[in-house]
Design a binder for this molecule. Sequence first.
Ligand SMILES: Cc1ncc(COP(=O)(O)O)c(C=O)c1O
Length: 394
Amino acid sequence: MVGSLVKLYTDRFIMTPGPTEIPYRVKLALMKESTNPDLDPDFLRVYNETREKLKHVLNVREGSIYVMTGEAMLGLEAAIANTVKDGTRVLVIANGVFGEGFADLIKAYGGEPLIVENCEECWRRSADPSVIDRELEKHRDIEVVTLVHCDTPSGILNNLVEVGKVVRDHGSLLIVDAVSSIGGVPVDFDKAEVDILIGGSQKALNTPPGLTIMAISERAWDRIEKINYRGFYLDLKTWRDMLDNRGIFPYTMCDVLIYALNESIKMIMEEGLENVHRRHLLAMKASWRALEALNLNPYPSSMNYSSPTVTAFEPPKGINSEELRKIIWEKYGVMIAGSWGRLMGKVLRVGHMGVQASRTHVLSAFTALARALRDLGYSVNIGKVAEAIEEEFK
Ligand SMILES: Cc1ncc(COP(=O)(O)O)c(C=O)c1O
């Protein structure tokens, strides 16, 4: 009985690429007493403090930052709704499920997506800035470009600064989905000259789902004014006019989620941004070495293209990925993820985001994977897997 309780309640590791594990300090922040967030000056103070900390984490000096109640799709849709109208030509860098997905949002607002970097091989590598340069040169009427920093379903990381430079040279507006990179990978809003950057709470920030982070440049505000989105809930001008100019929230915030996010960013700043990023890199390298020890193929064609927040790989031929995942969770207590879209059933993923980017977590995930593979008749050397991970973290 005791054994089964231990297994159920303490020996469980959530190693998915979001939602992620909630650390103890963040859990405590979630338990803070709720007041009326519209009326409580202390809540407004913590909200603004969280915005300032995010400015530091994302290196936003000139732009605005908002944290909205609603998961990251809210921010993605708001970014498109406020910058795209009927006939707007948008370059969609589509080397992944979310990259490709931007096209649907753009069409929903009357825009015309031009999809690039959507080939079989493109999905296994970072987007090529020279292709983006060529397309922007060829199509001078492109006003907006969309990019996903870390395309979570394939574990690919795009080079924000390089793509940002090309887009700026052509004078287009750059919208970036950084949902699964913030807090695990350097995100430099100013250096990359991003115009709208969107984040979420449930990835490397180890906070429950339910918050969207948005950073908006001065250039983006000019376009937002010009487009003058006529909808209501997604109108970003409302946030600027009410919150920045009058200190009033447009809608009722979920205060405890803000307390939780604030605590999570405090933890990141205490550890130091560089240390946090280094720890994620170690987790990625250890994961790749574990895959090598298991004779499994990573999905990205090189570690240079891989995101330090998630490792995507192909299950061995003849092994059903869902059956494998089920054993890893039910028998060994580690939750890893499958994938989405055209990668469903073909790719498995281990998230190492935030507190999950640790030696213990990576060891637990890959030794559980190794044991489950052995259960299914695949030949593995579990000691070699553990050794490879330990070597990387030593
Ligand atoms: C890169 C990326 N963008 C957007 C989202 C959507 O986030 P949410 O589910 O919070 O709306 C996800 C979620 O997995 C993601 O990985």
